[in-house]
Design a protein around this ligand. Sequence first.
Ligand code: LLP
Length: 432
Amino acid sequence: MPHVMTFSHSYLENKDGILYIDGVSTTELAKTFDTPLYVLSENRIRENFRRLRSALLEHYEKIRIYYSAKANTSLAVLKILENEGSYLDAVSPGEVFLAFKAGFQPERILFTGTSVRDDELKFLIDSNVTINIDSLSQLKRLLKFHVPEKLSVRVNPEVGAGHHEHVITAGKNSKFGIWEADVLEAYRTAQNAGVKQFGIHMHIGSGILTIEPFLLAAKKLLKIAHEIHEKLGINFEFIDFGGGLGVPYKPNEKPLNIKEFAEKMLSLFKDRIKEYNLGEPFFCIEPGRFIVCDAGILLTRVNTLKVTPFKKFIGVDAGFNTLIRPAMYGSYHPIVVANRLNAPEEEVYDVAGPLCESGDILARNRLLPKISEGDLLAILNAGAYGFSMSSQYNSRPRCAEVLVKDGKCFLIRERESFEDLVRGQKIPQWLK
Ligand code: LLP
């Protein structure tokens, strides 16, 4: 039996051994735009957004999906989601700026920052976006400048989860959110200052593949919302359960069942808002990874093969400057040989980047076809936290990004040049 690689998603195709994404040949893309290269499928981004929306709408009408921009802030990606009717989760003034550039109206933006400076608060006030408060300090400083019409509070629901300890954003070690003991004071302070409309929010972590942590934390958040409603008479305009919906990366991981997620979360939500007399608030979630992760691949070219007494290394042109997840979290990303998909897997390699650090490894002990210099590797599931976490480390200009759709491609972000390495830099006169 010849070996023929297949993909579970239709936007990735094996055409005579060549990987195609959304109808475009990856070998042609690499030829046209060079490597390393991020490629994003527009159809898949839309599909991910739509299947999440329809799963939620099956159970409740008043829903909002806030795309968490940090996963991929490219303007074209933001524009696709703006077109789809998405809302947006921004965590920095820069993300608010980018969201405006992509056409998001301020009413559709929720800002959830931590360690927010006064000048940033002023920027947010001028921008007219809804602010989600992360600390009593932030609230008091905000109210000194301005009393907004609407405000939300990020609660630490004491339940955290995630694929790595760095991405668990609730619980006792977390810097995020306001603990239950202070939540009442936060709302009372805002109410006394004259805030009229309220939301309540949590975000427990990222890369969560089971529904239980969401349910546990949601129960806690709803209980706190009840307490606030009882004590202060606040009717919430929205209740936001954050992002964190995971995507499988490893072959043995199972996808989060999105229909079941929607069914269980919304049945809990509907029961509790009724029981607690909370009216009909919007049900909100803030997925980043779920929307863009599997829509993106990273193409990287093999330039070196090196055999040591212990290892076989494949040297490629993408390193942790391009995709930091393996180095930072030990993350696994599937890798295929894009120009020879049907070659049988028969060698174990470490896939190494060009940076001068031993941790610059994209994959360890990976079973792959026998590799030749010049082969094109595709690193899958690279659409979320790939480009957005890339850097110029080792003075390597950041790579380009291409959007593909139904056989068409478009360069949405140019490859940086050496000039970009010196942009904004100056040598003082006394050194000249
Ligand atoms: N909402 C808030 C307030 C967040 O901080 C985040 C992510 C999200 C939503 C979206 O989470 P998602 O649905 O994408 O899991 N760089 C890490 C992930 C860090 C996530 C930080 N916050 C990674 O590459 O795995």
